[in-house]
Design a protein around this ligand. Sequence first.
Ligand SMILES: Cc1cc2nc3c(=O)[nH]c(=O)nc-3n(C[C@H](O)[C@H](O)[C@H](O)COP(=O)(O)O)c2cc1C
Length: 486
Amino acid sequence: MNFKDLREYIRFLEEKGDLVRIKTPVNHELEITEIADRTIKSGGPALLFENVTGSDMPVLINMFGSDQRMAWALGVDGLDEIVGRVEGLLDLMHGPPEGLMNKLRTLGQLVHLGSFQPKTVNSGPCQDVVLQGEDVDLYKFPILKCWPLDGGPFITLPLVITKDPETGIQNYGTYRMQVYDKQTTGMHWQTHKVGTHHYRMANELGLERFDVAVALGGDPATIWTGSAPLPPDMDEMAAAGFLREEGVELVKAKTNDLLVPAQAEIVLEGYVVPGEERTEGPFGDHTGYYSMEDPYPVFHVTCITHRNDPIYPATVVGRPPMEDYWMGKVTERIFLPMMKMILPEIVDINMPAEGIFHNLVIVSVKKEYPGQGRKVMHGLWGLGLMSLVKTIIVVDHFVDVQNISEVAWRVANNIDPAQDFVFSTGPIDDLDIGSPTPKFGSKVGIDATVKMPQEGGREREWPPDIVMDDAIKALVDSKWSDYGLG
Ligand SMILES: Cc1cc2nc3c(=O)[nH]c(=O)nc-3n(C[C@H](O)[C@H](O)[C@H](O)COP(=O)(O)O)c2cc1C
């Protein structure tokens, strides 16, 4: 399974009965949000709004909003399949293969990997229509105003493309964009993101203009990679190609040198002026609170290209769970094997919806020595965007971190609060509302593992879990119907 573009994915979801076309007129201000919010929270389908007031374009929303849809979007039936492929890829790094068959298999895999690289093409449907000058008008697109106190309409599912001014390596990131007028938007580059790093470099180099392109739509794996926290110089398009097992087609933008996904629905081309900033927000954010006004860079749109009859993709964030929970859940699954390479004692990890990724991470570890729970906390706080996590709970390997009830039970029982809370400080997410000042704040790790004698001088034995004998369980199973309990 591999989708060429958004249209193929829409057709697929429709065949699966997992997409509803809504023909009733709906307003892009607030009404779509309320419908999407109810649909997402009740586990409903993807929605294609075909009659949006003020625009002749349909709006697609909730394309990633379930475990199953997220797996399909990445071209598999279940996420385990993708995780298996990531593990296979990492296996290639585990030293030279032994035996002829294994050597040939590895060679085959490497050749296969080469074919997943992005392919530059001369033309693409994303440039069927080219608009420049006065024809550039963002208000022709059904851009959503999501929540009542939002500062305006926001583009919520963009793939923002920038180039490292020194290496020329492109980055693709999902960063929302507030529409200020028909040719200008905000660029919500949070402090710790790669697009922001490029922007800071452009500032330092004293560039007068910094080119930016924004793709909307494309094949679903490509859209998703914008949200994946890949290391700065790792190409999101190579990752998308690996996931869909076919290289992503890229085409040169019409008015600058950036390469954009050829199968996108809409592409905005333009520039940011280093140093120019403007108030962005408020915006009903994925924290479940409004992110209030803050200064952010400004994106000037000089050219819009689009397909014939483009489809406008969007998402709505808000009080969790929302669609972005599912986009993040697959990130958690895909990145777990990589985290295990660096911190091999990690067994499983859970970023529950309520923790919105940067507030709460629960991790189970196979502990072999005193202090290992703390080692994992500090290790995670040093790892990419994990450095922003405010609360890390560490439990033992036998605890099911996906079961919040079990985690709450173990944590509350196991901790000695005076010893098991590890406080630290460091960078925090720009969206954090708890810390007194933005961007820097405190963190807490809770070591809820079974303690060894060296950890705090514990002299008491750890009590065993209460578990019934297998023989009694089997006996009760066999007599269950006799008890008259149904
Ligand atoms: C729907 C959605 C909206 C997002 N909006 C923003 C945003 O406005 N600003 C931001 O910095 N990150 C935002 N993110 C998170 C980034 O996409 C994510 O951190 C990603 O790793 C950034 O790419 P980068 O690592 O190349 O910077 C959003 C994620 C999703 C799924």
